[in-house]
Design a protein around this ligand. Structure first.
Ligand code: ADP
Ligand code: DP6
Ligand code: CO
Length: 342
């Protein structure tokens, strides 16, 4: 029997991925940029066992047995086994059945990037099990697009690529976390329930029905990616915050432009965004940036020096939200290599 356990953290996009050009290979219609959070906070933990004595293979997520038929799981497994079969000594182990057990220490499918941490962790664990040494970002992408970015720590760009086989649709580090060590993230859990429509369903519907999404992918994101890379490189927080907030809002505008619309933010989300704008206006410069994924929960980017003041404001304005938020502390970025073998 062989056993491996890995953990992998979430990443929160500041330029959002929304829309695919290939559903099976998971190829996006635009580049995206994110930061990967420190592993001490929100992460997936996955244990995989394989043994000649297992009569079948099984998969549990948060203690609930899952189907092994999922196309994404099958794709990840097939691809890793194909790479592993290049090593003749793996032949026997590749025939053994496996048991996968994964748990997230934060809400699953609530717009807090569980698919990113989950699949980054799964492919890292599988690669370790079979001794596969390759760039794991392309493999993680086959599980969930955003997962390719959680393979690396710090500031990460997912290059959409142009090869039809997806070989150049991979994540690369823009800057490691030490480049901007004061950067912190506050995660405000507005609602920890599963979202009504998964990111996959929502973005497919947007590609099929939204006119705005084409404008975003072709005319907006390429310029924004260049500006965002520059803001990160020069540590220009004011510009970084402006682009982050605009990009979150454009993504939600597209979700609303989708037919039928995908409504992810709620009144509390909008109240949080209003509060951040009021705070920034009061300071005369952007000191905090909000961003919302496909869910109502807020992720705030800010520098360490602002954390205490913003936390006291949040405590005052959103006490019931604070009560639900286990991650409301200044989370730093993760170090360069993020998926960890235990
Ligand atoms: P989120 O906003 O949390 O990423 P998604 O709709 O993108 O939500 O994806 C949620 C799905 O990701 C889950 O229903 C499950 O299929 C998959 N997922 C989440 N966590 C894990 C995990 N730890 N291991 C494997 N798959 C996971
Ligand atoms: C709003 O990566 O979860 O969080 O590739 O279909 O699994 P699939 O979708 P997923 O989409 C993430 C969307 C987002 C933005 C982002 O993380 O870039
Ligand atoms: Co997701």
């Amino acid at each position: 029997m062989k056993v491996v356990t890995c953990i992998a953290p979430v990443n929160i996009a500041v330029i959002k991925y929304w829309g695919k050009r290939d559903e099976d290979l998971i190829l996006p219609i635009n580049d995206s940029i994110s930061a990967t959070l420190s592993m001490d906070h929100m992460c997936a933990k996955t244990t995989i066992m394989c043994s000649p004595d297992f009569e079948d293979s099984k998969f549990w997520l948060n203690g609930v047995e899952q189907s092994l038929e999922s196309k994404r799981l099958v794709n990840c497994l097939q691809e890793i086994k194909r790479l592993a079969s290049a090593e003749p000594s793996n032949a026997e182990m590749l025939r053994w059945n496996i048991r996968i057990c994964s748990e997230n220490n934060f809400p699953t499918a609530a717009g807090l990037a569980s698919s990113a941490a989950g699949y980054a962790c799964l492919v890292t664990a599988l690669a370790n099990l079979y001794g596969v040494k390759t760039d794991l970002s392309a493999l993680a992408r086959r599980g969930s697009g955003s997962a390719c970015r959680s393979i690396y720590g710090g500031w990460v760009q997912w290059h959409m690529g142009c090869n039809p086989d997806g070989s150049d649709s991979i994540a690369r580090v823009i800057e490691p976390s030490i480049h901007w060590p004061e950067m912190r993230i506050l995660v405000l859990v507005v609602n920890d329930a599963r979202k009504k429509y998964s990111s996959t369903t929502g973005m497919n519907r947007s590609v099929a029905t939204s006119d705005l999404i084409k404008h975003r992918a072709c005319n907006v994101v390429p310029k924004r990616v260049t500006e965002m890379r520059e803001a990160i490189k020069t540590k220009d927080f004011n510009k970084f915050a402006e682009i982050t907030m605009k990009d979150s809002n454009q993504f939600h505008a597209i979700a609303l432009d989708t037919h039928p619309p995908c409504v992810y933010m709620n009144d509390t989300s909008h109240a949080i965004s209003d509060m951040i704008h009021a705070y920034n206006e009061h300071k005369g410069v952007n000191k905090v940036a909000y961003t919302f994924d496909a869910g109502p929960n807020a992720c705030l980017y800010l520098l360490e020096s602002e954390v205490a003041e913003v936390l006291s404001l949040i405590n005052e304005c959103f006490p019931s939200t604070v009560a639900k938020s286990d991650y409301l502390r200044g989370i730093p970025l993760n170090i360069e290599k993020s998926s960890d073998d235990l």
